[in-house]
Design a protein around this ligand. Structure first.
Ligand code: B12
Length: 216
């Protein structure tokens, strides 16, 4: 049987080789070898996507490659999702987190990972999907009263819309009833401070730790 390092390397390679079948296989092998799904995602799939992202930025890979890498990532994650669900804390819900990718932005991979990790961490997660209108965030917060509303932004052009979310929650008179969390590659703690968001999460693990700090 392949070692843990080999399986994680295979997961990474499946993304950089845009190979959805290989990603599924690596995920199955990881489950069989009892490798922590969180580690497989972070050190395998996400690390692979980072390499693809860098090559895309340097101009040595193009959009179809990125799309194929994203598909490979999804097929790997789909294999381990049921296992992650099983590991979900069986204790009472630690709180409700509503999450979505902000209006105008269709990047969903990072948001999906954050959402899975929060769910494993024992939170009830309401995932609104991607390209979620600010008005939808606000309506859903009114209706479902989550403890945290989290927005993901992967582009400098869409992170500015996180300001509108802060403002529209204030206009609706519900800003003090919910904590706001932001994340996604261009976001920083500075940005969170500037726009008045309560929590900034750098990664999925960081998001879970910070939500725990604030709510528990
Ligand atoms: C994959 C990808 C795509 C895929 C997305 C598939 C999908 N279903 O998500 C596709 C091919 C569809 C795509 C499309 C586009 N993309 Co694109 N894409 C990427 C790429 C390569 C990787 C992003 C990714 O998934 N990373 C892996 C995940 C795991 O990491 P992550 O998202 O950062 O998430 C982690 C943390 O940030 C954090 N996190 C994420 N969300 C949240 C939320 C919260 C609340 C918290 C706490 C934490 C958190 O936790 C996650 C896990 O640890 C990046 C490059 C890069 N280096 O980021 C470009 C990038 C984001 N894309 C870019 C662009 C320009 C586009 C397009 C406009 C391209 C085009 N010309 O058509 C379109 C966007 C259209 C739109 N309206 O949104 C630019 C954005 C530049 C900018 N303005 O800032 C980037 C930076 C590439 C570049 N340098 O040009 N893209």
């Amino acid at each position: 049987m392949a070692s843990k390092e080999e399986i994680i390397a295979k997961a990474q390679e499946s993304i950089t080789e845009f190979d959805a079948d290989m990603a599924g296989e690596a995920a199955k092998e990881a489950l069989a070898a009892d490798i922590d799904p969180v580690e497989l995602i972070e050190k395998g799939f996400t690390a692979g996507m980072q390499i693809v992202g860098e090559k895309f930025e340097q101009g040595s890979l193009f959009l179809p490659h990125v799309l194929a890498a994203a598909e490979a990532m999804n097929s790997g994650i789909n294999v381990i999702k049921p296992e992650m669900e099983k590991r979900k804390s069986k204790t009472e819900s630690k709180g409700i987190v509503m999450i979505g990718t902000i209006e105008g932005d269709i990047h969903s991979i990072g948001k999906d990972i954050v959402s899975s990790m929060l769910s494993i961490g024992g939170f009830d997660v309401i995932d609104l999907g991607r390209d979620v209108a600010v008005s939808t965030f606000v309506e859903k917060v009114k209706e479902m009263k989550p403890d945290v509303v989290a927005s993901s932004a992967l582009m400098t052009t869409t992170m500015v819309t996180q300001i509108q979310l802060e403002e529209q929650l204030k206009e609706a008179g519900i800003r003090d009833q919910v904590k706001t969390m932001i994340g996604g590659a261009p976001c920083t703690q500075d940005w969170a401070d500037q726009i008045g968001a309560d929590i900034y999460g750098e990664s999925a693990t960081d998001a879970v730790n910070k939500v725990k700090e604030v709510l528990l």
